[in-house]
Design a protein around this ligand. Structure first.
Ligand code: PLP
Length: 288
């Protein structure tokens, strides 16, 4: 197995590759402000990009956002507006603040993001590695679309893609099974970065065109994988990333040991070791 470490960027995840590229483009088009509704890594990447481009950033987040996330956003001088009980209300409020000089930074459904994410596949190709299988986590499918673009432009047409979600956030898996885009009634997972009720149309269509296996793991498997990865590699990631790692740690993934598997370690900026431990304990409690 080969790890693509996307957890070490200053804003903590691969998101800066795409959100950073999008923010650069919107700044070139003359936008004077960025607005995001993500209290997670997308918002953090937008805040980081805005700070470096000297463009003010507003991030509207729901009341459920952790104080740790708000702290990280403010570290990059973003204006944080707390609004509404869930992401839907925060997002609606964010969109109501848009005007002609403000760019809305979508957390996953923007081709500028996908082109940015595809650069991670370019880097793997440039390093001389040609995987048979690429394992990644899927939320709204932005990273997945980036991987599609990356494998396409590097001519890796026969590579297998393993798309991992948590069971309570498996919008891609359920859509692929149903043969149409499914919208989940609710998200039931601690992997908040995977909490898109519906994946983008491009991600859904891409999953029909490419060799994609959809896998769903439990929250507990994802958290345990984060803790094990921290011990094994001394890199802290969040449960959304732990979902892909859980696949790698599953015994039956050993059947692929003769293949080259690339695991995208997509990172996460807001998790702490003590939080991982608390999640693991309460999830184990709930299983008993
Ligand atoms: C954004 C994110 C994801 C999911 O990405 P999508 O593009 O929404 O599919 C997974 N893990 C982490 C750590 C993320 O930040």
């Amino acid at each position: 197995m080969v790890l693509k470490l996307e957890a070490l960027q200053p804003p903590g995840s691969f998101k800066i590759r795409g959100i950073g590229a999008a923010c650069e483009q919107y700044a070139r088009e003359g936008k004077k402000r960025f607005i995001s509704s993500s209290g997670g890594n997308a918002g953090i990447a937008a805040a980081y990009a805005g700070k470096h481009l000297d463009v003010p950033v507003t991030v509207v987040v729901p009341e459920t956002t952790s104080s740790r996330a708000i702290e990280v956003l403010e570290l990059y001088d973003a204006e944080v507006v707390v609004h509404g009980p869930s992401w839907a209300e925060a997002d609606e409020h964010a969109r109501s603040l848009l005007d002609s000089t403000t760019a809305y930074i979508h957390p996953f459904d923007d081709p500028l993001l996908w082109s940015g994410y595809a650069t991670m596949i370019d880097e793997v190709a440039q390093s001389g590695i040609r995987p048979d299988n690429i394992v990644l986590s899927v939320g709204g499918g932005g990273l997945l679309c980036g991987v599609f673009e990356g494998v396409q432009r590097n001519g890796w047409t026969d590579v297998n893609i393993t798309a991992v979600e948590t069971i309570g956030a498996s919008s891609l898996e359920q859509s692929v099974r149903a043969g149409k885009q499914v919208e989940l009634a609710a998200i039931d997972s601690i992997a908040s970065s995977l909490g898109a009720k519906k994946v983008s149309e491009e991600a859904f269509l891409g999953a029909q065109r490419h060799n994609v296996d959809c896998i769903a793991v439990t929250d507990l498997e994802a958290v345990k994988a984060c803790r094990r990865f921290l011990t094994d590699h001394r890199v802290l990631v969040e449960p959304a990333c732990g979902a892909a790692l859980a696949w790698a740690y599953k015994d039956d993934s050993m059947r692929l040991r003769n293949q080259t598997t690339l695991i995208i370690v997509c990172g996460g900026a807001t998790t702490t070791p003590s939080q991982l431990l608390r999640w693991e304990q309460s999830l184990e409690e709930a299983e008993r």
